[in-house]
Design a protein around this ligand. Structure first.
Ligand SMILES: NC(=O)C1=CN([C@@H]2O[C@H](COP(=O)(O)OP(=O)(O)OC[C@H]3O[C@@H](n4cnc5c(N)ncnc54)[C@H](OP(=O)(O)O)[C@@H]3O)[C@@H](O)[C@H]2O)C=CC1
Ligand SMILES: N[C@@H](CC=O)C(=O)O
Length: 350
């Protein structure tokens, strides 16, 4: 049975998932039983379209690439234009909402309302938006459960690298007392490029062109994006109710080319590190630049690549390295949520 999707937001990540669904259509149907169809897109920049029988994926991607607008998506009977995000969530026949609007690091809105609206209307939701998970994890998880729908957010930490499902599924049974890592692609990319003598401004511009940075990159360079990821890891992986105000947060924008050269001459390297420790009922969490010696494994993680270490009481330290940002990488994180959700749906229909 076709799994109908409605996208709220269709920028870098949303279009990344759409491209994957088009390119891997046959493989997904044959190997994992996923037959997905996009029925609606509502995007502040591109406009919005809905057709209950589905949109043509190739045409959709072509008009977005050519016109940066949905206006020239061909008219045909039954096509509805102009619905906003809440109408799209409420009134379309989508089974699952793909929420990929920019993360608001102060309020988490409007994404939190998008999640509430989806769950109250008995629709699953998958998202890479950190706001709802960092600020309302417990409330929204309960609401999804109460309404018998699924909520997937694998890509909120480290993009398509399985940073949440891996510890909660494969490492379960361990107590994880410490998590540390490099959790932001943009800032790790900037620091790597500055070491090659590129200016901060040029490196940030490249990170934006490649689709790594947040809509407002202040969130990356001031550490707020990592702070949200720290809160998500504490709540989801460690089951500790850490709030954002409890995290010490310092970004990387005060690091100068001189600081980076000085570290180099000492055989060291600056990294923007996240740390969470949970010991004797006490949690401590921070985001700040740290000077690492070159023989420490995290110091060799370069570019938009990220890495995370889980200190586990039974299995010992487990480190995962992989993409921290990127169009297809983050699109893939949504695909994994969708595949998992679809398996439950197939199982429930049997
Ligand atoms: N890019 C990446 O590598 C990663 C991104 N993420 C997260 O994924 C989410 C999406 O990121 P990305 O695709 O890069 O962002 P983009 O800025 O490329 O795309 C977001 C789109 O959503 C639109 N939008 C904004 N507000 C609304 C709204 N209320 N209703 C409908 N559409 C809206 C934007 O329009 P307009 O431009 O007019 O505002 C824009 O077209 C973010 O929350 C980000 O933090 C997570 C992991 C990695
Ligand atoms: N802007 C973020 C994207 C993923 O969360 C980053 O650079 O890591």
């Amino acid at each position: 049975m076709t799994h109908k999707l409605a996208f709220v937001g269709f920028g870098v990540v949303g279009s990344g998932l759409a491209e994957i669904l088009l390119d891997k259509q046959d493989m997904l149907a044959n190997q994992v039983g996923l037959e997905a169809e996009i029925v609606a897109i509502s995007d502040l920049n591109l406009g919005s379209i809905y057709h209950p029988d589905g949109l043509n994926l190739q045409t959709l991607l072509d008009v977005v690439e050519e016109d940066n607008s949905l206006e020239n998506y061909p008219e045909h009977p039954g096509l509805i234009r102009g619905w906003d995000s809440l109408q799209t969530i409420r009134q379309t026949n989508a089974d699952t909402i793909v929420e990929v609007t920019p993360t608001d690091v102060e309020t988490g809105q409007p994404a939190i309302d998008h999640c509430r609206e989806a769950f109250q209307n008995k629709k699953n939701l998958i998202t890479t938006n950190k706001g709802p998970v960092a600020l309302q994890y417990k409330e929204l998880s309960a609401l999804a459960e109460e309404n018998g729908v699924g909520w997937g957010f694998e890509g909120t930490v480290m993009s398509g690298t399985p940073t949440l499902r891996m510890p909660t599924v494969s490492l379960s049974g361990n107590t994880i007392n410490e998590i540390r890592g490099i959790l932001n692609g943009t800032t790790n990319f900037i620091l790597s490029k500055m070491e090659e003598d590129m200016t901060y401004d040029d490196a940030l511009a490249q990170a934006q062109e490649r689709g790594y940075a947040e809509a407002d990159p202040t969130s990356d360079v001031e550490g707020h994006d990592i702070l949200y990821k720290v809160v998500i890891l504490a709540n989801v992986v460690m089951d500790v109710p850490l709030a954002k105000d409890e995290v010490e947060c310092q970004g990387m924008k005060d690091l100068t080319a001189e600081d980076i050269d000085e570290a180099k001459s000492e055989g060291k390297r600056w990294k923007l590190l996240a740390r969470i420790t949970h010991q004797d009922g006490k949690v401590q969490a921070s985001v700040k630049p740290e000077k690492l010696s070159l023989d420490e494994s995290l110091s060799s993680v370069m570019g938009a690549t990220n890495a995370i270490t889980y200190e586990c009481d039974l299995s010992g330290p487990i480190t995962v390295t992989g993409a921290g940002a990127g169009r297809l990488e983050t699109g893939f994180s949504l695909l994994t949520d969708l595949i998992n959700m679809n398996k439950t749906r197939i199982y429930e229909m049997r």
